[in-house]
Design a protein around this ligand. Structure first.
Ligand code: NAD
Length: 400
């Protein structure tokens, strides 16, 4: 319980993340109230408001919401390519911002947000929720306490069953998401940067492509005269496609879809995409540490598997199993730590993220995931996108 007035929160972008994660989490708190929603789709804001306790004013633009709603906080959960514009507008209106990852789709966009934040004395924090996952917090403590010795190499292999949806909506396009090395990988590059204590990344290379989610790899026999797709909800092969995943309209409903024709369930095989379904990126830091990040979205598994190599021991992590196995270099005394299950979105990391942000706004903590951290992870992702498109190694000083 707090004696201070609840913080007035506005959500910019009332889609999955804005409503089902952040609005719900802020509204659960006694020290915050979600009082405003904005989204160009007026049905989506109206239907979102019905999900939330209290009253929310609905707007179709961020500027209108800022002009009218007397907000303390704006949570930015619009598509990635709009983050820079929305962050600059919100900071210019003198509100605190929590901006979901990636900070922006380009290093240039991130630098513009940083410049705007320097002109306005408000909290600006990036929503790197993975850092709040209990298993990774424990791993970070081990590294900082020197339990592994000096870390010289780190890897992550991400297998993500749900990642096939990156072929089904706006994040399938480079122009809207910055590509998956930015949209998705910015999480992972941030985890590397954070675990390593933020050394400067020096150079990046990457290879990636679409190996399976193409029209010639449909997982069923096509019948002449019976077209596939274009979306799961409209597909004649719905009953036999193992990837059938119709867009769940809840809580927005079919009416919301009719306003902007936004379809979240385009056929993952046929959709026009310029992203990847698998790839590997390699980063080298100024202090000589090397990191590799593999991501694959053609899988039945969902896990992030980290290996951190130290001079004294290596740590092997499974985020889904919540385990850290420490394997000493000179003995067979392997120890496995199992972290307790956390409740809440993304293994408890979303509520932790919101809690931390509110503490920062109340002046009780420093920003843990800064705009500079957002810039660093976006820049690595952007470098990886350039590297894979131009088949080369990209020096980070080309971008930052
Ligand atoms: N941290 C995480 O784990 C995580 C997970 C998923 C998504 N995200 C991020 O959250 C953000 C939102 O993703 P999502 O999955 O909720 O997408 P979504 O498509 O479900 O929602 C985006 C919403 O933004 C709205 N929008 C479009 N233009 C707008 C504008 N000009 N002003 C305000 N709203 C606008 C859309 O109408 C839509 O309702 C993205 O930046 C994404 O990268 C983060």
């Amino acid at each position: 319980m707090t004696s201070e007035a609840p913080l007035r929160v506005g959500i910019c972008g009332t889609g999955s993340r804005g409503v089902m994660s952040f609005a719900m989490l802020f509204d659960k708190r006694e020290d915050c109230a979600v009082v405003a929603l904005c989204d160009p789709n007026h049905v989506r804001t109206r239907e979102s408001a019905k999900q939330l306790p209290g009253e929310q004013a609905c707007y179709t633009s961020l500027q209108a919401m800022l002009d009218d709603a007397s907000l303390d906080i704006v949570v930015i959960t619009s598509p990635d390519y709009l983050h820079a514009e929305h962050a600059k507008t919100a900071l210019g209106a003198g509100v605190h911002i929590l901006i979901d990852k990636p900070l922006a789709t380009t290093a240039k966009g991130c630098k513009e947000i940083i410049a705007a934040a320097e002109r306005h004395d408000k909290v600006a924090m990036v929503g790197f929720n993975l850092r709040h996952a209990a298993t990774l917090r424990r791993l970070k403590e081990m590294i900082d306490a020197g339990e592994l010795g000096r870390v010289f190499m780190i890897e992550n292999r991400e297998f993500y069953h749900g990642g096939k949806t990156y072929m089904a909506r706006w994040n399938r396009k480079y122009e809207w998401s910055g590509g998956l090395w930015v949209h998705k990988g910015s999480h992972d590059f941030d985890v590397f940067n954070w675990l390593l204590g933020f050394p400067a990344p020096r150079r990046v290379t990457a290879m990636a492509g679409v190996s399976v989610l193409t029209p010639d790899h449909l997982p069923f026999e096509k019948v002449d005269g019976k077209p596939v797709g274009p979306s799961c909800s409209a597909c004649a092969y719905a009953d036999i496609c193992p990837d059938y995943l119709p867009f769940n309209d809840a809580p927005w409903g079919q009416d919301a879809k009719e306003v902007d024709q936004y379809t979240k369930d385009l056929c993952i095989y046929l959709s026009d995409k310029d992203t990847h379904d698998n790839g590997v990126a390699i980063v080298e830091y100024d202090n000589g540490v090397r990191a590799s990040h593999l991501e694959c979205f053609v899988t039945g598994q969902s896990d992030r598997l980290y290996t951190v190599m130290g001079e004294k021991a290596q740590a092997e992590v499974s985020l889904t199993e919540r385990t850290i196995r420490v394997r000493p270099r000179w003995s067979g005394d392997i120890v496995t730590h199992t972290l307790p299950e956390d409740s809440g979105g993304h293994g408890g990391s979303d509520p932790q993220l919101v809690d931390t942000f509110v503490n920062v706004v109340r002046g009780n903590a420093a920003v843990p995931s800064t705009l500079e951290h957002g810039l660093m992870s976006t820049a690595i992702g952007e470098a990886a996108e350039i590297a894979r498109r131009e088949s080369r190694v990209v020096n980070l000083n080309e971008l930052i």
